[in-house]
Design a protein around this ligand. Structure first.
Ligand code: C2G
Length: 139
C-alpha cells in the first residue's frame, strides 16, 4: 500500500503585531515553500521579557488574525528563545523561515543541524514601529 508522502512543514516565528502587508508577504512566501505553515507567535510575556516590546494587540487577538489567513495552518505560542529545536522536532519541520533581518542570527543558525533554515527578503518601508509612529503623528 503506497504511503501518502509526509506533508512538508514550514515554521516561522514572530510578534505579528498590527498585521501588515510585510508580514503577509513573509507568511505567503513561507507557505509557498511547503504544504503546511505553522507560526510560533510570541506571547505577551515573551515580548515584554525578551524583546522589550509591548504589542498593541494581545496574544489572543494576534493569534485570531493569523489563524484567519489562508496561508496559516496553525499558530502556537513562542515563550522562550530556546524552544525552537523542540518545535522543529515536535512538528516534524522541514524548513524554518524568517525575514532577512534575522539572517545569520545565532537564534536560528544552530537549527541548520536539524532542518533547513531560509531567510526571505524583508519587505521594505513597512514596520509595526513605523505604523505606530505615523499614527501617533496624526493625532
Ligand atoms: N517582516 C518582513 N517585512 C517587514 C516586517 C517584518 O518580512 N516589513 C518579517 C520579519 O522579518 C519576521 C516576520 O515578518 O520574519 C515577523 O516580524 P515581527 O513580528 O517583527 O517578528 P520579530 O519581532 O522579529 O520576532 O524568535 C523570533 C522572533 O519571534 C521574531
Amino acid at each position: 500500500m503506497k504511503q501518502n508522502p509526509k506533508p512538508k512543514i514550514v515554521i516561522t516565528y514572530g510578534t505579528f503585531d498590527i498585521l501588515h502587508y510585510g508580514h503577509i508577504r513573509l507568511l505567503e512566501r513561507a507557505k509557498a515553500l511547503g504544504d503546511r505553515l505553522y507560526v510560533g507567535l510570541s506571547t505577551d510575556e515573551f515580548c515584554a521579557q525578551e524583546k522589550n516590546k509591548r504589542p498593541f494587540y494581545g496574544y489572543d487577538f494576534r493569534k485570531e488574525m493569523l489563524e484567519a489567513l489562508r496561508c496559516v495552518d496553525q499558530v502556537f505560542p513562542e515563550e522562550t528563545w530556546q524552544q525552537k529545536a523542540n518545535d522543529v522536532k515536535k512538528y516534524h519541520t522541514d524548513i524554518v523561515v524568517m525575514g532577512s533581518d534575522w539572517a545569520g542570527s545565532d537564534r536560528f543558525e544552530y537549527l541548520k543541524n536539524i532542518c533547513k533554515v531560509k531567510y526571505l527578503s524583508r519587505t521594505p518601508d513597512i514596520s509595526t514601529t513605523e505604523i505606530k509612529k505615523r499614527l501617533g503623528k496624526n493625532k
